[in-house]
Write a protein that binds this ligand. Structure first.
Ligand SMILES: C[S@@+](CC[C@H](N)C(=O)[O-])C[C@H]1O[C@@H](n2cnc3c(N)ncnc32)[C@H](O)[C@@H]1O
Length: 358
């Protein structure tokens, strides 16, 4: 074990150039990053339990309230609830004043089931199957997860696309500010791996004569059917079940092809093939949209993207992070031009590229 020698107090002159690495050589680093990882597991399950017990929706209906009343309403043990509520306060997910608890802005927007950007259905499913995290070291040893979602994609994706729907619909609606799809009332759209069809719904809602071919596995398309009925665009959708790598797709027929968070589970070959398929499907002048969590060449400036890639790796056979360089290369190699990267809402990135006329 390395000895932990006394160290002098850091001075301004203790720069790397003069004295060596300050933390390593003069003062031990704080343990906070390690504690934050350890507590990460508990933090996640605290939030999960609060959602399962309906804490946020109940606080929305009661308004500011004491733990005794809330415990009676939720039919749970008061001291245990107190501990849960205090932890949520510590995590910044509730407000507390003396003994009164209330929703803060974050909880109201993201954690109530009717919040403007509700993530309440996303929290349980976003990390993928929890068991795959328990066997992560095995996955890294073997080069594949023990129980990849590829074995039964529909049962994983149905709750996932329900959970991501609100966020993706906001992304799709807000992307009009950047790419002005609403200027083309009669768009022909191809939405591959559409999930609950948030992209198609945004396009068809903004463009009164637009139509969309909505693809996914047959079971997942049931979610898309329900959502498109709810948003009153069902009649302008054709639902085309099947594997997007080999379903039949018309050439030179579409104005927009959407690959919304589908590339990062496909592996390099699969992702490049999807982009090729999109190119063939588009009319000259048509546009592809590739939404994903892209990382930089050095793989460290977008931690959210890196960790999303890890989530893919933990639970899919071919899942991996996609870098900006890779996706740009695939787009250019397929023949796309005028590449643009837009961020319609925070942390949601979309490449837009055009199929040239010749
Ligand atoms: C992360 S979700 C994205 C859903 C939607 N495009 C969005 O942006 O919100 C990925 C979707 O791709 C679908 N998918 C995955 N592999 C597929 C395949 N081989 N063929 C068709 N759909 C597939 C899944 O069922 C799921 O609905």
């Amino acid at each position: 074990m390395a000895s932990d020698t006394p160290y002098p107090e850091l001075k301004k002159t203790h720069t790397m150039a003069h004295k060596g690495r300050p933390w390593t050589d003069y003062k031990p680093p704080p343990a906070a990053p390690v504690w934050s990882v350890i507590e990460g597991l508990g933090s996640y399950y605290i939030l999960l339990a609060a959602l399962e017990l309906n804490v946020f929706d109940t606080l929305e209906s009661t308004g500011p309230v004491g733990v005794d009343i809330l415990a009676r309403k939720l039919d749970v043990s008061e001291p245990h609830l107190q501990s849960l509520l205090d932890s949520l306060v510590a995590l910044g997910l509730l407000d507390q004043f003396v003994n009164i608890y209330e929703l803060n802005d974050t909880a109201e927007r993201y954690l109530t089931s009717d919040g403007a950007a509700s993530m309440s259905d996303l929290v349980p499913v976003a990390p993928g199957p929890h068991n795959n995290w328990l066997s992560l070291a095995e996955t890294i040893k073997n080069g594949k997860p023990g129980d990849p979602i590829d074995n039964d994609p529909a049962s994983f994706y149905i709750p996932l696309v329900e959970g991501t729907f609100t966020t993706m619909l906001r992304t799709a609606i807000r992307s009009d500010l950047k790419i002005r799809y609403s200027a083309s009332p009669d768009l022909k759209v191809l939405d591959l791996g559409a999930g609950g069809a948030p992209w198609s719904i945004a396009f068809l809602s903004a463009c009164p004569e637009a139509t969309s071919v909505v693809n996914d596995f047959a079971e997942v398309l049931e979610v898309a059917k329900r959502k498109t009925v709810e948003h009153e665009v069902f009649d302008r959708c054709e639902f085309r079940p099947g594997n997007f790598q080999d379903i039949e797709i018309e050439s030179n027929s579409y104005d927009l092809v959407v690959l919304g968070h589908v590339c990062r589970t496909e592996g390099e070959e699969g992702a490049a093939n999807l982009i090729d398929r999109a190119f063939l499907a588009l009319k000259p002048g048509g546009r592809i949209l590739v939404a994903d969590y892209f990382i930089d060449l050095e793989r460290k400036f977008n931690p959210h993207g890196v960790l999303m890639g890890m989530t893919m790796m933990a639970s899919t056979i071919n899942g991996f992070q996609i870098s900006n360089e890779q996706v740009s290369l695939w787009l250019r190699e397929s023949g796309f031009e005028s590449l643009r990267l837009v961020e319609p809402i925070g942390f949601q990135f979309v490449y837009v590229a055009v199929k040239p006329f010749n």
